[in-house]
Structure formats: structure tokens, C-alpha cells
Design a binder for this molecule. Sequence first.
Ligand code: UDP
Length: 408
Amino acid sequence: MKININDYAQVTRRQNLDELLLLAERLRGRTVKMVNSTSVGGGVAEMLHRTVPLYNELGLKVKWDVIKGGGDFFNITKAFHNALHGTKVEITREMFDSFLETNAQNEKEMVFDDDFVVIHDPQPLPLIAKKKEGNAKWIWRCHIDTANPDPVLWEFLKQFIARYDASIYSSPSFAKELPIAQYLIYPAIDPFADKNRELTRSEIDAVLRKYSIPTDKPIVTQVSRFDYLKDPIGVYEAYKLVKRHADCRFVYAGGTASDDPESNKVLAELQERVGNDPNFHILLLPPFADLEVNALQRASTIVLQKSLREGFGLTVTEALWKSKPVVATAVGGIPLQVIHNLTGLLAHSVEGVAYQIRYLLNNPAAAERLGKYGHEHVREKFLITRKMRNYLLMFIALQHQGEPIISL
Ligand code: UDP
């Protein structure tokens, strides 16, 4: 079914939508280039797939380019990603050189003749060198929790960030000392995407059958890439603790991202640890498994997000929108979404996660209340229409950079 912008009146207030349309009118015909490092896998690609067509429908001209890189480049940027999240990683001079070389290669192949350029995450940061070729406003959109980054790496990246016109973060705690404007824009989900739309019982059952998941017991699910920072082994450890007292199934469902070279190793480690436990299901999802993710979340009694670090955690947003009780670790942007005891339950350890899951399995009324409030919380703050409105406001503000008052 083709969804257009007016359909969003079904999920958000008409007033919010009208405001979005008015702002878009101010930017009609403006060109924007979005740049990231993968077209599939992870939250950034997920959001770009949904927002780019909608911005175009609103009258802007938005294009999305993906930078190219080899295995070495993505090994390096994965190490950067981990180090920005505060994990101890050795960063060498050679890594910086190789990172710059791949970016220089991309620079040669890319043209920037737009009004606004939005660079997502650190991988394409040095493309800022192209700023001098046009009049575009350049924005760095950081999706990572940069509250405690590796200091050497941060100093290196800062020389590029400081040349942008503005930067965007997902949580107030991620903002840094920088000589440029910093905006807070929450990530968001699209309720009409296959990932989130309402499903029929038979659509859900078909997915469960496809992955051989019986519905005889409560299901606890984590959907995440196979990444150490998503703590798949921690999910399994929590399962073992819960299982001592409550009969249930756990599902860890994830795919890989083309810019993440670690995932096969993480998957193999999890498979080895779990062996053939019939109640712990490891699902390797193909790219674009949106309907599957949706069905698995909807089939779940509880949705878990046991991350060690997190940018924002769109999987949490998706689960809350589906009115699911969520148990999650209090990292990155998760506490913005899961307000403890109101829109879900927070925990800080394997034991804590297991405790909260057992509590919810034994208290279905509490679980239902959390799910209901979670849904409303997402409606208020984390829908795609609100996010697009904030981007448009930022574009307008950047067009008037330096002016003390901008009259809309
Ligand atoms: N996702 C997916 N398939 C997978 C794993 C994740 O489609 O196998 C989606 C998930 O539903 C969410 C996004 O990828 O929309 C992950 O975003 P999140 O912010 O949770 O984490 P990231 O992967 O960006 O660290």
C-alpha cells in the first residue's frame, strides 16, 4: 500500500503534520545529500530508507549516497565505533592513514552541489574537505554515544567535525565541547513501515513457522546485529538464570551489516555457547527482513535489549510502539525511551535483566501497563514526522546562520 504524508494524521496529531508541511514549504526545491557507509543493516540505513522518500514527497530534493570501502576500511571504522563508545581498542597511526586514504578516494568520485549535506557517523567525516567546492551547509549527524570516547581518537576526529556548520546528537549527554552548533534530534521510527505496521495473526504465525519457533511458552526476544556491544552472550546468560524459575523461550534474531566485519565471529561464538538448547533460538536474518523483525517483536511476550553500549536503540522504539513490555540496559539513548517503571524496566547487569524478565512473566498486568505507556511515549517523541520536523527546523536555522532571530 502506498503511504503518503497525509496518512500520518492517523498516528500523530493533525497539528503536528500541518506544522511539518508548513516548514517543508519554506524549503521547497532545496537539495540535500545524505551520506553514510551502508545501505543495509543497522539503524542509520533503516531511517534513511524511510525518510528520504518522505522528504522528497514534501518538496525537498534529497539524495542518499553510500561511501565505498574495502574490508580494511570497515575493520578500522568498526574499531573507531567501539572506541567512540568507550571500549578499549588500540588505534594506530596506520589506521588513521588508511581511513583518510579511503575517504580521499571517495572524495574523488563524489560531487557535492547541494544546499545541505548531512554526513552520518564517523566513517565519511573527512568528506568535509569538499565543503570548499560549494555553498552547502554541512552537518555531521552522530548516531553514536560519544559521552566517553577514546581521547586520542576524538582529537583526531574533532579536526574534521569542527569544520562542519553543525552537528546532531541523539541524547543531550552525547554533546561535546565543540566550536560548532550542536542540535539534539531523536531518532525515530515509521509506523507504516513493514517493520512496524500492524500485522495479522496469520502473518505473525507464518514467520514463527518459518523459523520453527513454537508458541507453547512465553517468548523473550532481542533483535540485534551480531555485535559484542549488543551482548548476545549476556542475553544467553540471562536466559539461563530466567530458565531456572520460569519456562520460556528466548530468541536472538539478527543479521549482519556490510560495514560490520565482526558479526560472523560474534554469531559463531554465540552458536557455540548455546549448542543445541531447544529453548534458545538463534536466527540469522537476511537483509531487509523487516516483516520478520516486526512479526518476531509482535509475537514476543517481552522484548529485551541487553546492550553494553548503544547509540539510541531503535529496536527499543520499535518494541515500545508495538506496546511490548521492554526490559533493557540503561545505556546510550535507551533511558530516554525506557523510563523505569513507566514505559519499561531498566537493568544494569545480567542478573538485573533476568530479575526484571521474571518479574514481568509473573505480572502480566504490570507488563501490559508498561507496554501501553511505552506506545504513547513513542507517539509523543519518537515518530518519523517529529524527527523530520526537527531536521527542517535545523535546515531553516542554518540558512539564517548568524541571525539573532529567525522569523518563521
Ligand atoms: N535490524 C534489522 N535486522 C536485524 C537486526 C536489526 O532489521 O537483523 C534493525 C532493527 O529492527 C532496527 C535497526 O536495525 O531498526 C537497528 O537499530 P538500533 O538503533 O537498534 O541499533 P544499531 O544496529 O544501529 O546499532
